[in-house]
Design a protein around this ligand. Structure first.
Ligand code: NAP
Ligand code: MG
Length: 479
């Protein structure tokens, strides 16, 4: 579909304060890694190197855990909760003050559209610090009668690359509010906003060692998981790595929360408001190039409206703008890494091979960088890999159903259970479906709504434990 006018380029200015090289943030200071090793982090939209980042070896992780333990014993657990709150508010305000810089950094390092990092990631990260700052001196109100709120100690926190700053905020804010100290391990491809958060924490003058940031790869994460003096591991990432962590912690005293993958059902009934449903579907799968654990990646459409929905979705696809994520008009940015692009390409090929029909936006992909056009499959069978495996890219699989119970059966026929969505004009149908979906979050006539006061987490192989809300506090308190 040709549009009546074209958008002129509207790039955000890109002069964030990126250092050439980053050390590790341990005990309140920037230190060189004992490993002596550094690795590059690149901009996936252009393949340019942005910075060199320290590689934390097990010895470096050990230093960070010791610093966190000392800070826990010496300062943080003893501090008046109202004073802890002041520090957390300070972090929240600094994120707000530096929001533009953080948004640019997030987009450069990870490839997500600037409009998303600016309007979603950064404000929602600040909101989590504001929210949990408010809880720090009210923890007894979250406890069952007669119980005193007791922190756990040192929390090892491992986050993925799809929402780097936001996932760090989800983890750091409740841990600090409850009186724990932290060692944070960002993903290898997106360390820059976690390092900017470390700068903010340093400037906010938190006692040294309360938050430590160790950059590296999977081995760095594994060293944190297996460290003897860590009291809790909070992990967000793939189900595969989550299972390995669970196995390695079995039989230890360490507490664990796992936020893992998903293959969410997005159910559209014939009586749904179709325009809104299409926008919900688009937001559900193409937000952040589909690099979203709770993405609505399995669309279940009632048979009688399937053809109409496919026609409309095909039209809508052509209006999405794919390109450099730093442009304020970009809807579909870059795929986070070459490895992820290969994974998406392989799964899409399996869909074609297994007989599904591929529809893609027609657009020219930039010469450099990692890109994949917004896509969907029709003629999908429940047994296809694209209907069962998490693609983690801008690819939707469309299936049909006839009755509400068939929709439920198909929706729940998955090893995952993180999120789901329902579109119908009937309130009672919404309630019935939501009650019977085995998913941690169910959105009715909307999708991808997040609020720090609302708990988030999985069923089945999507993990256990909750982040956000009062429930998120319990994961950082002894009980
Ligand atoms: P991943 O490979 O599991 O990595 C997640 C984090 O764990 C990264 O920091 C990674 O480090 C680290 N890691 C890798 N191997 C490790 C090991 N053996 N021990 C300890 N840590 C290790 O996942 P990903 O591909 O980056 O992220 C995408 C996945 O995250 C998807 O499955 C998605 O659904 C899930 N996710 C879930 C949620 C949720 O709330 N449920 C939210 C967002 C994403 P390196 O990256 O440096 O290797
Ligand atoms: Mg990067």
């Amino acid at each position: 579909m040709s549009s009546i006018f074209e958008y002129a380029p509207a790039p955000e200015t890109t002069k964030p304060a990126i250092r050439e090289q980053y050390g590790l943030f341990i005990n309140g200071a920037w230190v060189a890694p004992q490993s002596g090793k550094y690795f590059d982090t690149v901009n996936p939209a252009t393949e340019e190197t942005l910075a060199r980042v320290a590689y934390a070896s097990p010895e470096d992780v050990d230093r960070a855990v010791r610093a966190a333990r000392k800070a826990y014993d010496k300062y943080w657990r003893k501090m008046r909760p109202a004073d802890r709150a002041k520090y957390i508010y300070r972090i929240a305000r600094a994120i707000t003050e530096r929001s533009r810089e953080l948004a640019v950094l997030e987009t450069l390092d990870g490839g997500k559209p600037i409009k998303e990092s600016r309007d979603f990631d950064v404000p929602t990260a600040a909101a989590h610090f504001f929210y949990y700052a408010g809880w720090a001196d009210k923890l007894e109100w979250a406890m069952r009668a007669g119980r005193e709120p007791e922190p756990l100690g040192v929390a090892g926190q491992i986050v993925p690359w799809n929402f780097p700053l936001l996932m760090a905020a989800w983890k750091v804010a409740p841990a600090l509010a409850c009186g724990n100290t932290v060692v944070l391990k960002p993903a290898e491809t997106t360390p820059l906003t976690a390092l900017a958060l470390a700068q903010i924490i340093q400037e906010a003058d938190l006692p040294p060692g309360v938050v430590n940031v160790v950059t590296g790869d999977g081995a760095t994460g594994a060293a944190l998981v297996s460290h003897d003096d860590v009291d809790k591991i909070a992990f967000t990432g793939s189900t595969e790595v989550g299972k390995a962590i669970q196995r390695s912690l079995a039989g230890t005293r360490k507490r664990l929360t796992l936020e893992l993958g998903g293959k969410a059902a997005h159910i559209v009934f014939a009586d749904a408001p179709m325009e809104q449903a299409i926008e919900g579907v688009v937001n559900g799968i193409y937000f952040n190039q589909g690099h979203v654990c709770c993405a609505g990646s399995r669309l279940l459409v009632q048979e009688s409206v399937h053809d109409e929905l496919v026609v409309r979705l095909t039209e809508r696809l052509q209006t999405l703008r794919l390109g450099n994520p730093i442009d304020k008009n970009t809807d579909i940015g870059a795929i986070n890494s070459r490895a992820q692009l290969d994974k998406i390409t392989e799964l899409v090929q399996s869909g074609i091979d297994q007989g599904a029909v591929l529809v893609q936006q027609s657009c020219t992909l930039p010469d450099r960088g990692y890109y994949f056009p917004a896509s969907f499959f029709t003629n999908v069978q429940m047994s296809h890999r694209i209907a069962r495996e998490e693609i983690f890219g801008p690819v939707l699989s469309i299936l049909t159903f006839r009755t509400p119970d068939e929709a439920l059966e198909k929706a729940n026929n998955t090893p995952y259970g993180l999120s789901a969505g329902v579109w119908t004009d009937k309130g009672s149908k919404n309630m019935y479906i939501a009650q019977h979906l085995r998913a941690g979050v169910v959105w009715c006539n909307t999708f991808n709504q997040f609020d720090p006061s609302s708990p988030f987490g999985g069923y089945k192989e999507s993990g256990f434990g909750r982040e956000g809300g009062v429930h998120g506090l319990y994961e950082y308190l002894a009980h």
